[in-house]
Design a protein around this ligand. Structure first.
Ligand SMILES: [Zn+2]
Length: 751
């Protein structure tokens, strides 16, 4: 082998350069068009377009001939336009051989998208692998009520806003993710905004779930590059496909809500959105501004509801066409939507776990009663009923805003709670207002209404009964007696109440002790009176003349100073755990003051005043001069009213008349009953085979709290009740009854 000379190498390089230049020239020549060829092609295409345009109106009209459904019309129009463009491309290719790629480009832009709906996409593409009760391929058949909800979100549907009030366990969140998947994979070119209540929730909850869905579904994973997928857990934007984005925002951050205009929005858990975000107003307004440029924008609002009059999802639902899912009765075939009030159940008393604790009721059986034929429907019949179900709108004239409401009774077997478990939840929350509210929101998907929107003095007055402490004791109805004391400058007022099973209450007396409450006289009279009455516990409002109240309660294990605290979320008395913790700290500093959640207490009292029949929670008033017109007017002194602050509507108690001591005293007596611990002796056996429990359950009904009794959370009242918790001896009771009778006869201090 000889070594190449420098000259030979230089020659070779020049030769290669020449070859490259030659190839470039050939390529350029191949792409070069003669001017007259171009002109000819352009003229041909122009003629073609003019020809086609003339036919457009007729072609479009023909495409939708006889069609009524807007979804179909929209699709058929899109399809006709796609076909038209395809046709133009084909004919352009034929008309101008000089420009082969011109026609191809026309046709590429005209690829029609199929009339696939979100549920069809999900059935075909969506897999659920981890974190579900039903792993595997998504099947809309399993949750047939989600079909219409999803399909309203499909590209060709005319619906603009879908409102979904969801309860736990019905698959509502997956419907949302199905739409996300559909937009990413099927549409591929629509920007979408997902708003969750806060940036923290986005990072902690939403982003991991989105990553999970993408990871479990290869067609989606292919759209998202590895780099952006790994950052999806943190980032506020997920980019996928050619140039499409999912923007992830928190309703607590105005910055995150500011983005470009986009057509599609998901608002998840809207009831948790603040009403003002960073001083810029309602986040919903910021969100709506993003969509303004799009005529076929879509919004999916989904949430568990919260308080009536403050619930965004409920307000949106009320403005919608208000749909309920109606299913046929397997016995008579009538269609109804499933109502909690028709769920019946049977309980048995469980072996008491700890002596003295409130008895635990176990739901052993639950079934549904058809409101047409009264037949009992077993849960095993549910899948067939769901499959034949259909959404029926209360306001069908509303076209573009659809509202869907569903409760936990619809949950497919194995996915959510069974009917028996729902009934057990219901039994468990009785007596605990906060838990009851959570049940109503989470499982019934209903707003929580502070039941007492007020009481009508006349109607309560009309139901006074003839009873005395004697007759109550003889009937063995009384489990405990308590008192509630209201302190004014010139008098003390005290109500005495006898409590029975389930906090059924009998007012015994309402007494007034006149005198300057800064002096000992009225207090001494009160002390004598309460001792004679043998109350187990008395609550004294320490809001006025606090030092005198503290002095009165000092050394009396049966008297507790209290302080009313407002706020609808606050329970009447603290739960045992919190209370014990507070007492441990406070005791070193002297007599503690019990905080009472008075807003819930008012709601509770007014709800109970509306109960139609005696039983748990019912309040009885005696035909006694102490309970006169003035007493009942004071009892009805407050009303729940709506107020508006900014764009926010909320509820607040309003005093309608200057005096409301009767109401305050009754609340204090109820608080005293709860602070004294669980009512003893209330273990009536449930008749076997009969549903002895009242299970009327509509959230808004006044009798909703009818079954609430002492809850386990009120146990452990720190021994405060032990001093006087023992039932009074019969003789003492008789003395007291006689004293009451004598006092009723004597002239009374008029209010
Ligand atoms: Zn029936």
């Amino acid at each position: 082998m000889t070594t190449a000379t420098l000259t030979e190498l230089q020659t070779e390089r020049a030769r290669l350069k020449a070859l490259d230049a030659r190839r470039e020239l050939d390529e350029a020549t191949a792409q070069t068009r003669r001017a007259d060829d171009l002109l000819r092609a352009a003229l041909a295409v122009r003629a073609l377009l003019a020809d086609v345009l003339r036919t457009v109106p007729a072609r479009l009209a023909q495409a939708i001939e006889g069609e009524q459904d807007e979804t179909r019309v929209h699709y058929l129009l899109s399809d006709a336009v796609h076909t038209l463009l395809d046709d133009i491309g084909r004919r352009a290719e034929a008309a101008s051989s000089a420009l082969p790629e011109f026609g191809a480009r026309f046709r590429r832009g005209a690829r029609p998208r199929s009339l696939q709906t979100v549920s069809q996409w999900a059935d075909k593409q969506r897999w659920l692998i981890a974190g579900t009760n039903a792993p595997g391929k998504w099947r809309t058949d399993l949750t047939p009520y989600l079909r219409d909800i999803q399909d309203d979100l499909s590209e060709h549907s005319p619906v603009r806003t879908v409102v979904f009030i969801k309860s736990s366990g019905v698959g509502g969140t997956e419907a949302m993710f199905n739409w996300l998947g559909y937009c990413m994979h099927h549409l591929g070119n629509r920007d979408m905004l997902v708003v969750v209540p806060s940036l923290e929730l986005r990072d902690r909850s939403f982003n991991p779930r989105l990553s999970k869905m993408i990871g479990e579904n290869p067609p989606l994973a292919d759209l998202v590059s590895r780099a952006s997928r790994s950052s999806a857990n943190r980032a506020d934007i997920l980019e996928y496909g050619a140039n499409a984005r999912i923007i992830k925002a928190g309703a607590n951050s105005a910055d995150s809500l500011r983005s470009d205009h986009l057509p599609y929005v998901i608002c998840d858990e809207v009831d948790a959105y603040k009403w003002d975000v960073g001083g810029e107003g309602d986040p919903m307004t910021l969100i709506e501004n993003r969509q303004r440029n799009f005529s076929r924008a879509k919004t999916f609002l989904v949430s568990t509801p919260t308080n009536a009059d403050e619930s965004r999802i409920d307000q949106a639902y009320q403005r919608s066409d208000r749909r309920r899912y109606h299913v046929p009765c397997p016995h008579c075939g009538d269609f109804h939507h499933l109502k909690f009030s028709n769920l019946k159940y049977r309980t048995e008393v469980a072996e008491s776990p700890t002596p003295g604790a409130a008895e635990a009721k176990v739901v052993v059986d639950a079934w549904y009663v058809c409101e047409s034929c009264g037949a009992e429907i077993l849960e095993g019949e549910k899948p067939a009923m769901l499959a034949r179900g259909r959404w029926i709108a209360e306001r069908p004239r509303v076209k573009l805003v659809r509202g869907y409401h569903i409760n936990a009774l619809y949950a497919p077997i194995g996915l959510g709670l069974s009917w028996r478990q729902v009934a057990q939840k219901w039994v468990d929350v009785q007596g605990d207002t906060a838990a009851l509210k959570a049940f109503v929101n989470t499982y019934l998907g209903e707003v929580w209404r502070e039941e007492g929107d007020g009481a009508d003095a006349a109607s309560v007055l009309a139901r006074v009964e003839t009873y005395t402490l004697d007759t109550l004791l003889a009937a063995r109805k009384v489990r405990r007696r308590t008192g509630g004391v209201d302190v004014q400058k010139d008098r003390l007022e005290c109500s005495l109440v006898a409590w029975g099973d389930g906090e059924e209450g009998w007012l015994l007396d309402h007494e007034i002790f006149p005198g300057d409450t800064a002096t000992p006289e009225p207090w001494d009279a009160l002390g004598d009176y309460l001792r004679d009455a043998r109350v187990a516990m008395v609550c004294v409002d320490a809001g006025y003349n606090t030092s005198m109240v503290m002095a009165f309660c000092a050394g009396k294990r049966w008297a507790l100073p209290t302080k009313g605290v407002t706020g609808t979320g606050r329970p009447l008395i603290e739960d045992a755990l919190r209370r014990n913790k507070r007492l441990r700290v406070r005791r070193k500093k002297g007599q503690p003051i019990e905080p009472l959640g008075v807003d819930q207490a008012k709601a509770l009292i007014y709800a109970r005043l509306k109960l139609p029949t005696p039983g748990p929670g019912y309040l009885h008033f005696p035909a006694d001069p102490a309970f006169d017109d003035e007493y009942f007017a004071q009892l009805a002194a407050e009303q729940l009213v709506k107020r508006i602050r900014g764009t926010r509507v909320f509820s607040e108690w309003k005093q309608l008349r200057p005096r409301n001591e009767a109401l305050d005293c009754l609340i204090l007596a109820l608080a005293a009953c709860r602070l004294a611990g669980p009512l003893a002796g209330g273990t009536r056996a449930t008749p076997s085979g009969a549903a002895a429990d009242r299970d009327d359950g509509q959230a808004q009904d006044a009798d909703q709290q009818s079954t609430d009794g002492p809850s386990a959370s009120q146990s452990g009242a720190d021994g405060a009740a032990t001093a006087t918790a023992a039932p009074p001896a019969d003789t003492a009771a008789k003395v007291f009854a006689a004293m009451m009778a004598a006092r009723a006869a004597k002239s009374r201090v008029r209010r």
